[in-house]
Design a protein around this ligand. Structure first.
Ligand code: PLP
Length: 359
C-alpha cells in the first residue's frame, strides 16, 4: 500500500519498525518511552538528540531556539501575534489560500492584520511576486504560508524584508522536504503530522532576539520565552511524538542522507506526477508551474462522474487517501518524504490505465 494522505501522513516504514521494536522495552531499560518521566535522564537524551539532529538537518544557526510544542500549527496562528506584538505594530500577512486565511482570521480575532499581498486575484493559482508585497508602515512581522497544503501552491522564493521586520513562515507541509536557509526567518513553525512525525507535536524555530517581543498578558503555555527557558517543558510535553520525530530525523540523516538527497527524490517525484497530469486528457492541475507544490498535488478529472470510480479503484490498487480536501473536491496526492518514488510510479501507472479504460 501507498498512503497519499495530506496529514496525518505516511511515516517511513523503517521508523515504524524501529518504534515497534522499542515499544515495550526501550533499549533494555525495561519500559516504554511512553512510560518515562519527561524529566528522566533517558528521556532527556531522546529529546536532546532529536533537537541536535533537527539542527544538523536544517543547519539551524546557534542564535535560533527550537521548541517542541503542542496545539498544532493552528495554535501558532494565535501564539505568533501574542509573542511578536508586545511592542505594538501591525502584523502583516500574505494571503495565498485556505491556511494563510486561517492564520489571518486568527490574528484579526485577537488583534488586527494587514494583507500585504494576495493571490485571490489570480484565483489562488500563483503566489504574489516579490514586488507586489506592500508592508504597512508599522509592520511587526510578515507571515506567509510556504506551502498551501490544500491548494497545492508553494512559494518559489523567500521574501526579502527590511532588517527590523521578522519574516514568519508556516512550513507545516513542506519543512524538511528540501534544504532551507533558516537565517532568513524570524520564526518558522510546523505541525508535525506531515514530514516530522505523528500529530500532537508542533516544532517552532525562532531567532532568539525575538523572545523579548512577547506581550506580558499571555498564558505561560503561549509564551515562547517561557517555553524556551524550560526546554519546552513548562508542562508535560508530548513525549512519544517527540521520540518518534527524533526517529524520523535519524532516518532522514542516516538512511536518506540529508535534505539535499531528500530534495532530489522529492523533485523527481513531483516532476513525474505533474508531467503525467499535463500529458493526460483526463487530469488537470491549475497551478502556475513555478508554484506547483512538491508535497501536495491536487488534480481534477475532466468528468466529475468518474471521481467515485477513480477513488474506489485506486484503493483496490493499494493507493490510499487520494480524495481532495472536502472544501475543494477533486483529488489530491500528497507526496511527503515518507512516500517512496515507487509509490508515485504506481500512482502514475494507475492513472494512465484508468484514463485508457475510460477514454
Ligand atoms: N498550516 C498548514 C499549512 C497546514 O497544512 C495545516 C494542517 O494541515 C495547518 C496549518 C493546521 O495544522 P494543525 O492541524 O496542526 O493545527
Amino acid at each position: 500500500h501507498y498512503n497519499f494522505c495530506a496529514g496525518p501522513a505516511a511515516l517511513p516504514v523503517a521508523v515504524l519498525e524501529r518504534a515497534r521494536d522499542e515499544l515495550l522495552d526501550y533499549r533494555g531499560r525495561g519500559l516504554s518511552v511512553m512510560e518515562m518521566s519527561h524529566r528522566s535522564a533517558e528521556f532527556n537524551e531522546i529529546a536532546e538528540r532529536a533537537e541536535r539532529d533537527l539542527r544538523d538537518l536544517l543547519a539551524i544557526p546557534d542564535n535560533y531556539r527550537v521548541l517542541f510544542l503542542q496545539g498544532g500549527a493552528t495554535l501558532q496562528f494565535a501564539m505568533l501575534p501574542y509573542n511578536l506584538l508586545g511592542q505594538g505594530g501591525t502584523p502583516n500577512y500574505i494571503d495565498t489560500g485556505i491556511w494563510s486565511k486561517k492564520a489571518i482570521d486568527e490574528a484579526k480575532r485577537l488583534f488586527s492584520a494587514h494583507i500585504a499581498a494576495s493571490s485571490r486575484d489570480n484565483g489562488l493559482s500563483a503566489v504574489p511576486r516579490p514586488e507586489a508585497i506592500a508592508l504597512s508602515d508599522d509592520a511587526a512581522y510578515l507571515h506567509y504560508t510556504g506551502n498551501e497544503t490544500i491548494g497545492g501552491l508553494e512559494f518559489d522564493y523567500i521574501p526579502e524584508l527590511p532588517e527590523d521586520v521578522p519574516l514568519v513562515c508556516d512550513l507545516s507541509s513542506s519543512i524538511l522536504s528540501r534544504p532551507l536557509d533558516v537565517s532568513r526567518f524570524g520564526v518558522i513553525y510546523a505541525g508535525a503530522q506531515k514530514n516530522i512525525g505523528p500529530a500532537g507535536l508542533t516544532v517552532v524555530i525562532l531567532r532568539d532576539d525575538l523572545l523579548e517581543r512577547g506581550r506580558a498578558d499571555m498564558p505561560s503555555l503561549f509564551s515562547y520565552q517561557a517555553m524556551s527557558e524550560a526546554g519546552s517543558m513548562v508542562n508535560t510535553p508530548p513525549t512519544y511524538a517527540w521520540y518518534l520525530a527524533g526517529l524520523v530525523f535519524q532516518w532522514l540523516k542516516n538512511e536518506v542522507g540529508g535534505l539535499a538527497a531528500m530534495a532530489d527524490i522529492n523533485r523527481r517525484k513531483a516532476q513525474k506526477l505533474y508531467r503525467a497530469i499535463d500529458e493526460s486528457q483526463l487530469y488537470s492541475n491549475p497551478i502556475d508551474p513555478v508554484n506547483r507544490s512538491w508535497m501536495n498535488v491536487p488534480f481534477v478529472l475532466a468528468e466529475e462522474r468518474l471521481n467515485a470510480g477513480f477513488l474506489e479503484q485506486a484503493e483496490q490498487a493499494g493507493l490510499l487517501n487520494l480524495k481532495g480536501h472536502r472544501s475543494v473536491g477533486g483529488m489530491r496526492a500528497s507526496l511527503y518524504n515518507a512516500v517512496p518514488e515507487e509509490g508515485v510510479e504506481a500512482l502514475i501507472g494507475f492513472m494512465r490505465e484508468f484514463e485508457r479504460k475510460n477514454a
